[in-house]
Design a protein around this ligand. Structure first.
Ligand code: GLN
Length: 339
C-alpha cells in the first residue's frame, strides 16, 4: 500500500520511558518478581542445551538513545536459536523486499508447534510463518549468496551489525544440533518437494543450524532488539542495519508469531512484538522506546522462557510499553494544565 508522504504525520509510537534511575528500579522489581518462578523445563532435544544452568537469569534494557540497564546474568552466553529467525527475516526483507518475502514465506501464524511438519502439508507446502522452523528455513534459503558459505557469512555479518559486535558460532551447539536435526532436514526436503526452496536443502539447513548456534548474551539481545525499536539504526554503534520499513514489517510478523502457539497470549499480556528461542533467550521490542533482552533457560510447553515472559510483562506494564494502551485525549496532562 502506497501512502502519500505528505499525509504521514508520525510513524513511530509515542511517549518516552522514564528517567534512568526509575528504569533501574523497575528493572530490579521485574527481576525479583520473575526470580521466584521455577516452573518450566530446560530444552534437551538438542542434547547440549540440557547442560544450561536452570537458575541463570538476566534482563537487559537498551534505549533508542543507547542507554543500557542490566540486572542479573546479562553477560552469560547462550545460543540465539530461534531468535535469529527475526533478524535473518529482516535482512532478507531488506534484500528482496516486502512483496517477494510475503509471497514465498507468508506472515500468518500456523497455530502449531515450531517444528511442525503437518503445518506445511495443511497449507499445500506454503510455510506460512517465518518464525517457525519451516518458514525460517525457507527464509534462510532466500538469503543472497552464491553458496552456503557465502550465505552464512552474510547472516553472521548481518546479525553482528544488529548486535554491534562480531558474533561467533558456538561450535558445541552447532555440532550437537547438526547431529540430531533430522526433523529440520526433513522439513527442508518437504519444502523443496513443493518448490519452496530452490537451493540444496542440506546446505540451507546447515546455514540455518549455524545461525541458531550463534553465541549471544542478554545484552546482545537487548541491543539487537533496540535496533529494531530504533527504525533499523543500532543505537549503540549508530550504524544503519535495515530500513525503517523493514523494521515495521519485521515487528508485525513478530507480534503475530514471535512466541509460537503462545503468541496470542503473549500479545494479550505484554502487547509488544517479541521472539523467543529454545536456549532460553527472549527479545522484546517497544518501537521508538527500548529493546529488552532476557535469558532464563526454563521454558513453557510452547518453548518460551518462563522467567523471561514474566519479567517482560512487568516491564511492559510498569514502563508503559504496551502498544495497545491509550488514555483519553481529554485527560492528557497538557490539556488539564491549559484548561
Ligand atoms: N535450532 C532450533 C531448531 O531448529 C531452534 C528452535 C527454537 O529456538 N525454537 O529446532
Amino acid at each position: 500500500m502506497d501512502v502519500d508522504a505528505a499525509d504521514v504525520v508520525q510513524s513511530v509510537s509515542t511517549g518516552r520511558v522514564p528517567e534512568a534511575p526509575q528504569v533501574d528500579r523497575i528493572l530490579e522489581a521485574a527481576h525479583t518478581r520473575a526470580l521466584r518462578h521455577r516452573e518450566g523445563r530446560v530444552a534437551d532435544y538438542i542434547p547440549v542445551l540440557a547442560a544450561a544452568d536452570p537458575e541463570a537469569f538476566g534482563v537487559c534494557v537498551v534505549g533508542v538513545d543507547g542507554v543500557r540497564h542490566d540486572i542479573g546474568d546479562t553477560r552469560m552466553r547462550f545460543s540465539i536459536q530461534s531468535i535469529s529467525k527475526a533478524f535473518v527475516y529482516a535482512l532478507v526483507v531488506e534484500q528482496l523486499g516486502h512483496e517477494r518475502v510475503l509471497e514465498v514465506v507468508g506472515v500468518n501464524n500456523t497455530g502449531l508447534a515450531f517444528n511442525s511438519v503437518i503445518a506445511i502439508e495443511l497449507n499445500d507446502g506454503h510455510p506460512m510463518n517465518p518464525m517457525v522452523n519451516a518458514g525460517a528455513i525457507a527464509t534462510t534459503a532466500l538469503m543472497p549468496g552464491e553458496d552456503a558459505d557465502a550465505q552464512w557469512e552474510a547472516v553472521r555479518d548481518g546479525l553482528s551489525r544488529f548486535a554491534g559486535r562480531p558474533l561467533e558460532l558456538d561450535d558445541e551447539v552447532y555440532r550437537s544440533e547438526s547431529e540430531t536435526n533430522l526433523r529440520n532436514r526433513a522439513i527442508a526436503r518437504l519444502l523443496q518437494s513443493y518448490g519452496r526452496i530452490d537451493r540444496d536443502p542440506e546446505g540451507v539447513v546447515d546455514v540455518y543450524t549455524r545461525q541458531c548456534a550463534l553465541s549471544v548474551d542478554a545484552g546482545d539481545l537487548a541491543v539487537m532488539a533496540a535496533t529494531l525499536a530504533d527504525g533499523g539504526v543500532n543505537p549503540v554503534t549508530g550504524q544503519r542495519v535495515v530500513s525503517a520499513d523493514v523494521c515495521r514489517d519485521t515487528l508485525a510478523v513478530l507480534a503475530a508469531n514471535g512466541l509460537y502457539e503462545g503468541s496470542g497470549e503473549w500479545l494479550f499480556e505484554i502487547g509488544l512484538p517479541g521472539k523467543s528461542g529454545v536456549a532460553g533467550g527472549l527479545v522484546t521490542i517497544a518501537p521508538g522506546k527500548v529493546g529488552v533482552g532476557t535469558y532464563a533457560p526454563r521454558l513453557d510447553d510452547a518453548g518460551n522462557s518462563v522467567r523471561g515472559q514474566i519479567a517482560t510483562a512487568y516491564l511492559s506494564r510498569a514502563l508503559g510499553l504496551n502498544i495497545f494502551a491509550s488514555a483519553p485525549f481529554a485527560s492528557a496532562p497538557q490539556r488539564e494544565s491549559s484548561s
